[in-house]
Ligand binder design. Structure first.
Ligand code: SF4
Ligand code: SF4
Ligand code: SF4
Length: 318
């Protein structure tokens, strides 16, 4: 976002007027290509706030650990605002204690791909319009921004923050999924046969080391005890075996059906570069087709797999 001063001013205002106790945003990271989450309680610190393509987390994940009665301001791109709405619907946060500052989003950048494309170790990186300006020691290099946007953002169909208390900045009409780029993983997965899809899934999941960084990064994974940690009964094999990792990925994806906001934070957290959003994206498509439900679209409706009514005519089959 080019002019971020309005966001900093608004963050300072809501802190000084005691509308919130804390603001969650991003600050410059200590190493190049990485911005980092920031938790601000004093208005003097708001001038450290930034937003760029290196802000990798979905900030809504940090609401899980906060007391529900704490008043929190949060800087929200569209997928963060959709996650907040979903968390409100699932009674995980109190909307009246949150203050959402909506900001436009130009898509998150793949820092590993940028580093690979650079002529040496990157010492500084800045965005400038549709370019990424790199410094590699005393050398400079320019990359085309669009070519480094992560898959989940290229496929993003919701770029406008919802249900915010204030919107700052215009949503850019810039097309992130430019014609010269290859298909996203999700698009190519959907176009394959069932056998080919299973083959891709098998190849992706066999690299999984069961570290659960994907779970920790996900705004919609908030269970105090995840099914994989459950011992009695044990729902899935805990070993790093093909069966255990496939079960983890399948059950995790089903728990996200109609709930995943497709932010891609899980993939960016994965140390093994494993693709995951293609699965929840496909399940979200099915949810839309079968139940007309889309996460974040309605401010009251629970996701279909999270609801049960006693007069449901479609009984469970044993
Ligand atoms: S998923 Fe959409 S709203 Fe979220 S960071 Fe990517 S482009 Fe922005
Ligand atoms: S499963 Fe991944 S893409 Fe979906 S909400 Fe969680 S972190 Fe975001
Ligand atoms: S972050 Fe990656 S390696 Fe770790 S459990 Fe998730 S998919 Fe597996």
């Amino acid at each position: 976002m080019d002019d971020f001063s309005q966001v900093r001013k608004e963050a300072a205002r809501i802190l000084s007027e005691k509308i919130v106790d804390m603001v969650i945003g991003f600050k410059q990271g200590t190493i190049p290509l990485k911005s980092q989450p920031m938790f601000i309680t004093s208005q003097e610190d708001t001038d450290k706030l930034i937003l760029d393509g290196f802000c990798q987390n979905n900030l809504a994940v940090f609401l899980h650990d906060q007391p529900k009665d704490k008043r929190i301001g949060i800087i929200c791109r569209a997928c963060e605002s959709r996650a907040v709405r979903a968390l409100v619907i699932e009674h995980q946060v109190n909307r009246e204690n949150l203050y959402l500052i909506g900001v436009p989003c130009m898509g998150i950048l793949d820092w590993k791909k940028i580093q690979d494309a650079a002529d040496g170790p990157v010492t500084n990186a800045q965005e400038s319009g549709d370019q990424i300006l790199l410094e590699i020691g005393d050398k400079k290099q320019v990359l085309i921004r669009n070519e480094f946007i992560v898959d989940s953002c290229r496929g993003c169909g919701h770029r406008e923050p919802i249900d915010v208390d204030i919107q700052i900045g215009e949503i850019s009409p810039i097309e992130m999924n430019a014609d010269n780029l290859p298909q996203t993983w999700g698009e190519s997965f959907k176009s394959k046969s069932a056998d080919e899809r299973f083959q891709l899934f098998t190849e992706e999941t066999e690299r999984c080391i069961r570290c659960y960084a994907c779970r920790e990064a996900c705004p919609m994974c908030y269970c105090t005890e995840c099914f994989v940690d459950h011992i009695a009964p044990r729902w899935s094999e805990s070993m790093v075996t093909p069966g255990g990792t496939q079960a983890w990925h399948i059950i995790r994806a089903f728990h996200q059906t109609g709930r995943c906001v497709e932010c891609g934070a899980c993939e960016r957290a994965c140390p093994m570069d494993i693709k995951m959003v293609y699965l929840t994206d496909k399940l979200n498509d099915d949810m839309k087709k079968e139940y007309g439900f889309e996460v974040g679209e309605n401010e009251e409706k629970q996701p279909p797999f999270a609801t049960i009514t006693l007069d449901d005519k479609n009984r469970f089959k044993y």
